[in-house]
Design a protein around this ligand. Sequence first.
Ligand code: ATP
Length: 257
Amino acid sequence: MIEIRDLTKVYRLNKKQMAESHTKNPKKTAVDHLSLTAKKGEIYGLLGPNGAGKTTTLRCISTIIRPTSGEIYVDGHEVQKEPEAVRNSIGFLTSDIKLDDQFDADYMFRFFGRLHKVPEDVLKKRRDELFDYFGISEFAHKKIKELSTGMKQKAAIAVSLVHDPDIVIFDEPTNGLDIITARNVTDYLKKLRDDGKLVIISTHIMSEAQKLCDRIGMIIDGKKEAEGTLDELLTKTCTNDLEDAFFQIYSARKGVM
Ligand SMILES: Nc1ncnc2c1ncn2[C@@H]1O[C@H](COP(=O)(O)OP(=O)(O)OP(=O)(O)O)[C@@H](O)[C@H]1O
């Protein structure tokens, strides 16, 4: 289970970032008093526009960055107090963690498996299963730098799952993938959910959230503006699809459109 209580993350901007953002304020609040709970056996989607604070939230859960305030519990372990225990129970995929270009997928998989202390026989079984499923075997010995975007993403997904984590946190998992590979990935996320794991993803693709997620949290300007199952969100907004529901919530928040 993941429980976020009143999470706030404020970035300190350098001069260049301030100039790029056309602001004189050196502080940027990326996540603003956000609370949510996600449980095993569900796919929870963080849905929001660019810059809403989705990646920042996932990076705080995954112990990559420290919250400014608030608490996050991952299977009962608080991320700042017990980061090791948190890292052991999660698999994290994000575009800013890249596999080393000089190595191949097979090497990276085994390297991270050993880092997570996965026994050799289990590691081989996991490798066979994941490489088969994602069709990685045929390029397992090519250097990462020689792989296409989709191949890299598939390899990164397999590596993030090497230790069979109970909680899978994927930041925009289908980013850059063609529809066949994207379907492959979302089907695997459903399988993980059906195996009783908690899957939490971020996305700005409405159709993906609509089809994949059991519950959705809509994030705008770092705040959770709505949360529920697809049916609950459609009922709440009197709409027929998630895109319309999102626009309604977005315009209520921004006072536009
Ligand atoms: N390291 C950083 N330093 C300063 N500001 C940052 C940093 N990382 C993110 N931000 C800012 O925080 C806000 C939230 O960014 P974040 O990446 O969490 O959004 P997001 O919802 O994941 O967006 P996207 O869908 O575009 O990936 C944005 O305004 C972004 O510019």
